[in-house]
Design a protein around this ligand. Structure first.
Ligand code: MMA
Ligand code: CA
Length: 199
């Protein structure tokens, strides 16, 4: 029913709105309030105000929805709640986890672990690594060939940003972390790093 782009924006919007509703981003964005985007239902829970978005096959409804989403996207970008590069959106929940838990959290949210495929995408992830001054795991893992890395879908990398002399683990470091300058290091998968997802 939605284009992949609209679907992605909806998923990331509700991922972030649910964290905000739980107050999990308190402190991350102290001056910003999401209250304009919520109505309060009679059971007291906060729910997104989507009453004007009853959808049909009517193209006008889709345009209204696209317009509303683009305004939400503007707010999220303005406040650096999300970053983007090309068509990809990146976001964090400001929490830490090891590699497996990060993969799981991002999946649960309808996305996947942040995986830079270009300098622009690397920078979009780096924004959060710098903001929280915390390394992040990337969606890259050692292949069956020790010291050779691939995407989680098994594809070989056609963009890399290794720190000088990395990867250095020779089979002992199966995951990849992003340093606070945006360069990459192969590393054990059990560290607590910043959760950054892509959508
Ligand atoms: C650590 C560890 C490695 C990294 C080296 C760089 C000593 O090991 O983080 O993954 O390659 O530091 O000196
Ligand atoms: Ca290393």
């Amino acid at each position: 029913m939605f284009s992949p782009q609209l679907h992605k924006i909806l998923v990331v919007s509700f991922f972030l709105l649910s964290f905000c509703a739980q107050g999990n981003l308190a402190g991350f964005l102290p001056k910003f309030s999401f209250k304009h985007f919520f109505g309060v239902s009679n059971d007291g829970r906060q729910t997104p105000d989507l009453k004007n978005l009853a959808l049909s096959e009517n193209g006008d409804d889709i345009h209204q929805l696209a317009y509303r989403i683009s305004r939400l996207e503007g707010v999220l970008l303005l406040n650096k709640i999300i970053t983007q590069s090309g068509g990809k959106i990146f976001a964090t929940n400001a929490k830490r986890a090891d590699f497996d838990a990060t993969v799981e959290k991002c999946k649960e949210a309808g996305g996947s672990i942040a995986t830079p495929r270009s300098p622009g995408e690397n920078d979009a992830i780096l924004y959060f690594v710098k903001y929280f001054n915390t390394y992040a795991y990337l969606g890259i893992k050692q292949s069956l060939i020790p010291g050779k890395f691939q995407l989680l879908n098994g594809a070989w990398l056609n963009y890399t940003n290794w720190y000088p002399k990395e990867p250095s683990g020779r089979g002992e470091e199966e995951c990849v972390e992003m340093y606070t300058d945006g360069t990459w290091n192969d590393k054990a998968c059990n560290r607590n790093h910043l959760i950054v997802c892509q959508f």
